[in-house]
Design a protein around this ligand. Structure first.
Ligand code: UDP
Length: 205
């Protein structure tokens, strides 16, 4: 080899609709292999397997980051994900579209924290062949996120309930003990702080 370093950006989607909570790197996941999310989930699982084969068989200096829900400035307004949808709906006084009853949970990491975590993984000599969760363990129900964004934007939007997409994970929260120990990294931006920055970004757009 030429000594190049490689980082595979995987995803919390490898845990599927998790039966272990919060999710540790050692959890195998609960993925529907032929569901609507399978193209993403299974391709990332395949990518992890390929990365580790190259580490084991060819000694490639590779590592795997499992990225949990991340948001922030410069996210496309029409991205379709929950934070960009809710903020843009609130700013336009359109209904905030909660899928399902909104009791499902996610844990949101601000983009600058995520970038620092990824950089730390890349430069560390302790991460070769390792799988590491990166994310913010502060966990929220989607309905509470909608209420928070409505309040923070001062919007007069209603909150409406739409069908829950198939195989939508009920809960998601990273266990980041391994990242703390290996990288001395943890997120520093709270959801309130990150939402404030993201709302300001969309207001300026
Ligand atoms: N969601 C929602 N309304 C939206 C967009 C998403 O209620 O307008 C929900 C979605 O069903 C999921 C959560 O918010 O439970 C996070 O969705 P997102 O697509 O942002 O990320 P995911 O974790 O599903 O990849």
């Amino acid at each position: 080899t030429h000594g190049a370093q490689f980082l595979f950006t995987s995803t919390s989607e490898v845990y599927g609709d998790p039966k272990e909570h919060p999710q540790k790197e050692t959890y195998w996941g609960n993925v529907n292999p032929s569901g609507v999310r399978a193209c993403y989930d299974e391709s990332k699982r395949f990518g992890e397997m390929m990365t580790l084969l190259y580490v084991g068989k060819h000694g490639v200096d590779a590592r795997i980051a499992r990225i949990f829900n991340t948001y922030g400035s410069r996210m496309r307004p029409t991205d379709g994900r929950v934070i960009s949808n809710f903020i843009n709906q609130a700013l336009e006084d359109k209904p905030l579209t909660v899928y399902g009853d909104g009791t499902q949970t996610r844990s949101f990491c601000y983009v600058s924290d995520m970038v620092e975590g990824i950089l730390a993984m890349m430069v560390s000599d302790k991460t070769k062949g390792e799988v590491v969760n990166l994310g913010n363990p502060e966990e929220y129900q989607v309905i509470d996120l909608a209420k928070k964004i409505k309040k923070m934007t001062g919007s007069s939007s209603n909150i409406t309930f739409e069908a829950l997409p198939q195989d939508d994970p009920e809960v998601r929260r990273p266990d980041i003990a391994k990242a703390k120990q290996l990288l001395d990294w943890k997120p520093t931006i709270s959801l309130d702080e990150g939402l404030t920055k993201t709302i300001e970004y969309y207001q300026r757009l």
